[in-house]
Write a protein that binds this ligand. Structure first.
Ligand code: G6P
Length: 779
């Protein structure tokens, strides 16, 4: 309001001043124009009249002259005409004119003296406003007198006054119209979006929720920024409230804030460093510039909230085509891009390195080795060499980052970096190093087929702490060490002592950050979308909906899942036309033939089953084959009757936990493979053997026909598990356990070698390798 009135006053003053100046200029110009016209007219009249007067004056015909000048009596604007002799003495004039003039005008004197016409405006002694145009009268070359044409100029003043009146009226109307239009325009283009934003913020403040905020046009960037700040404030407020609640109820639930305080306390000023192959944000070029994308990865889902909470440094491979354009000279970039909270340090790999290390050894070797999904691992010596070199490259990057940190805490992630713990420890025995293995660890017989099993175990045992999702993986690991290496296994405390270095082996079931999904929903970025609308957008009509979300990976059992759905429709035909299963599948590792072929298999299974049952407006399976963001997936989680997780083998499976976290309505049924880590915690899911399609079919039926009360109670219990055993607890336990470890920083090098390491480091590229496998001895 205040803004509008201030704007109106300034507009009125501004517009009025400009219009007034313009009106003044215009009116003055018109008045001057009238004077010029009058002068022109008078001189023309004087010239033509002089031709008639000159012979009469030369002949001394004063009577004639008097008659002539009397012709100008009672004219509208002409006051009269007067004739003077060569000395300026008045001779004849229209009646009353000499009295009006009150003397010989200066213009007459000038005309007689100079011999050319002269005009002037005068005000007589009696106050009359006149215009006198004096023209010399000649006889031959001699000037014999002058003729004065006198106009009454009062009409110019009258007309000028009328012009002024009109101009002022114009100024007023113009000012009102311009100010009015401007205020209206401001109100619609500025006031509305601002008002909308204010209302949105007020609702957010008072109710903690608000409708989606859109401002449109030039205000969209501002709206985005407002939304961003509001989201952060809202999350901070929610965290503070949650903290207060937890303190009040003395609950031990981990939150982002609690983790931050905990880590701060444990690290005592040291920063946290995480290393993984997959980066949390990939920058990609697209038509409008550069966009950042979060890759589909359980590891990223889990680790991201921790780095945010602790402002650490995450070292990962730069894989986006715009990644190099977004880092600084030290290959760092602050992320998340919209709201930076921690540092991402990118490491660059060549194509050959990526092929050998990532596609080759990690994903054609270790991945199928550790997942018992009946895809045979492929081990190539060349891949192994790349694996070792890339581990070394990442070790260099990390050592550079921690160069100035004393007793740094390092969290190495996953099967891509089995050799890294030993490499780091050799250089920095003071570092506290943990590695978390995000995938299963197989039994010793299965693991034993790897030609480099000893090297992998040795690399891992460089860590102070090795984490797996579940106890069974820890047991398998200890058994593999038992079989593969000379060491002392301390089973009572789950530790391995190898040449004096102790490695603890512990289960840390990974999880999700429940409040993250809640926060997204709370901000109502995602208004609840009805199931029917979601399906309609996919071109189908159905009463029930199931959902599956996976990378397209042979360990996820996607074809088995589709066959389970087929069997369900065979066994319970009443559900034909009723149930649609939406499979969100993100293509993954497609350079590997097995993955490439799998995409084809998944597509053709979906096609085959659809062709068998589909009608004009319904089909049983909708395959959405592209990477979807969490935000895109959330509406499907929230609208589904059930979520189907059929992994043939899975370390944990975070989709199961994400689904539960998304169900704040406490509805929905989780159907979960017995071969996932998650099934040990989510015991209220319907547990299935994914190889048994009849069991999948039966559990779909159970999910759809489950009494609402049972469904609610199961979901409620699972939500309690996910809320309490969340990702902050995972990180807190892992970091807490790691910080409690006593490092051998002062002790002699702890690395297990088959050769003495005296004074040399693993990172030396000297002729004789420190460890046989580092130099490629076994390769
Ligand atoms: C699993 C692995 C992660 C990996 C993710 C995605 O969750 O444990 O390390 O990042 O799959 O696979 P990708 O090969 O695309 O990184």
């Amino acid at each position: 309001m205040q803004l509008t009135s201030r704007l109106s006053v300034s507009l009125i003053v501004g517009v009025a001043a400009v219009s007034m100046a313009f009106a003044f200029y215009q009116t003055r110009a018109q008045s001057q124009g009238m004077q010029r016209d009058l002068e022109q007219q008078a001189l023309t009249l004087g010239d033509s009249l002089a031709r008639a007067v000159e012979p009469l004056l030369a002949a001394g015909s004063f009577d004639q002259l008097q008659k002539l000048v009397e012709l100008f009596k009672d004219r509208e604007t002409v006051a009269g005409v007067a004739a003077y002799n060569a000395s300026g003495i008045p001779l004849v004039a229209t009646e009353g004119l000499f009295a009006l003039l009150g003397g010989t005008p200066n213009s007459v004197v000038q005309a007689l003296r100079n011999g050319w016409a002269k005009a002037e405006f005068i005000t007589t002694g009696a106050g009359a406003q006149l215009h006198v145009a004096a023209v010399p009268l000649r006889s031959g070359a001699a000037i014999i007198g002058a003729l004065a044409i006198v106009h009454d100029t009062a009409y110019i003043d009258t007309r000028t006054a009328a012009l002024w009146r009109r101009a002022i009226l114009g100024v007023i109307v113009q000012t009102l119209v311009i100010v009015g239009i401007t205020l209206l325009a401001v109100r619609f283009t500025v006031g509305r979006p601002l008002g909308h934003m204010t209302q949105w913020l007020r609702e957010l403040r008072t109710h903690g929720a608000s409708a989606p905020l859109t401002a449109g046009g030039d205000f969209e960037p501002l709206a985005r920024e407002v939304k961003q700040i509001a989201t952060s404030l809202s999350a901070a407020r929610a965290a503070a409230q949650e903290e207060a609640r937890l303190r009040h109820t003395a609950e031990a639930t981990w939150t982002t804030e609690r983790l931050r305080i905990f880590v701060e306390g444990r690290l005592g000023g040291t920063r946290l460093f995480a290393i993984s192959n997959r980066e949390p944000y990939e920058h990609r070029h697209h038509a409008g510039g550069i966009e950042s994308v979060m890759p589909a990865s359980g590891l990223v889902t889990a680790l991201e909230p921790i780095l945010r909470a602790c402002d650490g440094t995450w070292i990962a491979q730069g894989t986006g085509d715009a990644d190099r354009d977004t880092v600084d000279a030290g290959d760092h970039v602050r992320v998340p891009p919209d709201h930076p909270q921690y540092t991402l340090r990118r490491v660059w790999l060549t194509e050959e390195e990526e092929r050998g290390f990532y596609y080759g050894f990690a994903n054609e070797g270790i991945w199928p080795l550790c997942h018992i999904a009946h895809t045979r691992p492929v081990f190539r010596a060349e891949d192994w060499r790349y694996y070792r070199d890339v581990n070394r490259k990442f070790a260099h990057a990390l050592l550079h980052e921690i160069a100035t940190e004393a007793y740094p805490v390092v969290l190495v992630q996953d099967y891509h970096f089995a050799l890294l713990p030993a490499m780091i420890k050799l250089e920095r025995p003071d570092a506290r190093v943990a590695i978390f293995w995000h995938i299963p660890w197989p039994n010793p017989e299965a693991f034993g087929i790897c030609p480099w099993q000893r090297e992998l175990l040795d690399g891992l045992l460089g860590a102070d702490l090795i984490g797996f999702h579940i106890q069974a993986h820890c047991n398998n690991f200890l058994d593999s060490v038992d079989r593969g290496l000379e060491s002392r296994i301390e089973r009572e405390r789950f530790a391995v002592n190898r040449a004096g270095h102790l490695t603890l082996v512990r289960p840390f079931p990974i999880s999700v950050a429940p409040e993250q999904t809640d926060a997204v929903a709370r901000m109502d970025e995602l208004p609840h979308i009805e199931r029917s609308s979601l399906l309609a957008a996919l071109g189908v009509r159905a009463t029930f909906m199931g959902v599956g979300v996976d990378r397209i990976d042979y360990t996820k059992g996607i074809p088995e899942r589709f066959r389970g759905i087929e069997e369900f429709l065979e066994n319970w035909p009443v559900y034909r036309g009723q149930l649609t299963f939406v499979q969100i599948g993100s293509p993954s590792r497609t350079e590997i033939a097995r993955y490439h072929d799998l995409i084809h298999e998944v597509e053709s299974e979906a096609d085959r089953i659809n062709r068998r049952f589909q009608t004009s407006e319904w089909k049983p399976i909708v395959l959405l084959k592209r990477q979807h963001s969490h935000r895109e997936i959330l509406p499907y989680y929230r609208a589904a009757d059930f979520c189907l997780v059929t992994s043939l083998h899975d370390g944990m499976n975070l989709v199961a936990k994400e689904f539960v976290a998304a169900r704040d309505d406490e509805h929905g049924v989780l159907i979960l493979s017995r071969f996932t880590g998650a099934c040990h915690e989510l015991t209220d899911a319907l547990l299935i053997n994914p190889y048994d399609t009849a069991e999948i079919a039966e559990s779909i039926r159970r999910a759809l026909e489950m009494p609402p009360r049972e469904r609610l109670e199961r979901m409620r219990r699972m939500r309690t598990v996910v809320r309490e055993r969340n990702i902050y607890r995972w990180a807190g336990n892992l970091i807490g356990e790691l910080c409690a470890v006593r490092t051998e920083a002062d002790a002699p090098p702890l690395l297990v070698t088959d050769e003495p390491s005296a004074g040399r480091t693993l990172l030396d590229r000297s002729e004789k390798p420190l460890l046989p496998w580092v130099g490629g001895g076994t390769g």
